[in-house]
Design a protein around this ligand. Structure first.
Ligand code: NAP
Length: 285
């Protein structure tokens, strides 16, 4: 499908390049124009002047912006010019309520919406190997799936609109736990005076091995937290998880509460734009 990408940050730029390789990319738009210009030049695709112009020239509109308000702002801007039958795919991580609001705004124009948050990090976006969790209509997904396969190795329909985001919330809580486990365990190893490169290599091969240890274990040891998933975005996601359980009686998320407090401490110290492995700064001996 002729696809336009809105939001060319750490994730969106990789997705746009993979859509181009698969022959689907029609053009791009980004709030900071330079990033869009670079990708449009690199791919020879259209540099759209506005989200509205992009919407009028594409059959599939892929969003990858930061927060709930940003998604709704983009949806408001594409809705008037998108033609009936267009599909808006939101890969940002936002609340299930935002997905439902976005779908409602677009439905008035007969434009379809799928909430399609992804997991797999910046590396997964670059390689086109993301895991995508979809909320929405199966028939709409069937039309978009071939295009979405250019960016995701796994595309799983979870259920109705918003359920993709609810599944992503499960993923984000688990990521907080993995971050807590890896940073605390490596801090313990460092306190024991171990050769930490050897520790990461061998532990990664056993039962405690995991994606985060493989991709961030060695970099966090040397305070290299530049690339990856911004801590302030994970803070946003965990806040969404807390909002989602507000009406559930006696259901708590102690791991999320602890992680939110520690992230806030790091954000106050100016580390909000670092990868979430910056949590190691609080744990190291
Ligand atoms: P990022 O590098 O900070 O990029 C954010 C993008 O959103 C930029 O293109 C930014 O434009 C755009 N944006 C923000 N507010 C906007 C607004 N009001 N109007 C228009 N554009 C706006 O973030 P990212 O890591 O790519 O993450 C994007 C989304 O994917 C987030 O929801 C995040 O939670 C989710 N996610 C991230 C990862 C990861 O590992 N990084 C993994 C899975 C999911 P500018 O260039 O102008 O700032």
């Amino acid at each position: 499908m002729k696809t336009g990408v809105i939001g060319l940050g750490a994730m969106g730029s990789g997705m746009a390049l993979n859509l181009h390789k698969a022959g689907h990319l029609q053009g791009v738009w980004n709030r900071t124009r330079g990033k869009a210009q670079e990708i449009a030049e690199q791919t020879g695709t259209v540099l759209f002047q506005s989200p509205a112009e992009l919407a009028s020239g594409c059959e599939l509109i892929l969003l990858c912006v930061s927060r709930d308000a940003d998604v709704l702002e983009m949806v408001e801007q594409v809705a008037p010019t998108a033609t009936a039958g267009t599909i808006v795919v939101d890969t940002s991580t936002v609340s299930n309520a935002t997905a439902q609001r976005a779908a409602g705004i677009l439905a008035e124009k007969n434009v379809a919406f799928l909430d399609c948050p992804v997991s797999g990090g910046v590396e997964g976006a670059r390689k086109g190997t993301l895991a995508m969790m979809v909320g929405g209509d199966a028939e709409v997904l069937a039309k978009a799936e071939d295009t979405l396969r250019a960016i995701a190795a796994t595309v799983t329909l979870i259920g109705s609109t918003g359920s993709g985001q609810a599944c992503k919330a499960v993923n984000q809580i688990m990521c907080a736990g993995v971050n807590q486990a890896v940073t605390e365990a490596l801090a313990f190893g460092e306190a024991m005076g171990l050769d930490m490169n050897k520790v990461v290599d061998v532990v990664a091969k056993g039962a405690a091995g995991n994606w985060f240890l493989d991709h961030r274990g060695k970099t966090m040891l040397v305070d290299d937290n530049d690339t990856g998933f911004k801590l302030n975005l994970h803070h946003k996601d965990l806040t969404i998880c807390k909002d989602m359980i507000r009406d559930l009686d006696k259901f708590t998320l102690p791991l999320v509460d602890t992680t939110l407090k520690q992230y806030e401490e790091l954000m106050e110290q100016g580390y909000g734009d670092e990868d979430i492995s910056a949590l190691y700064r609080l744990k190291r001996p």
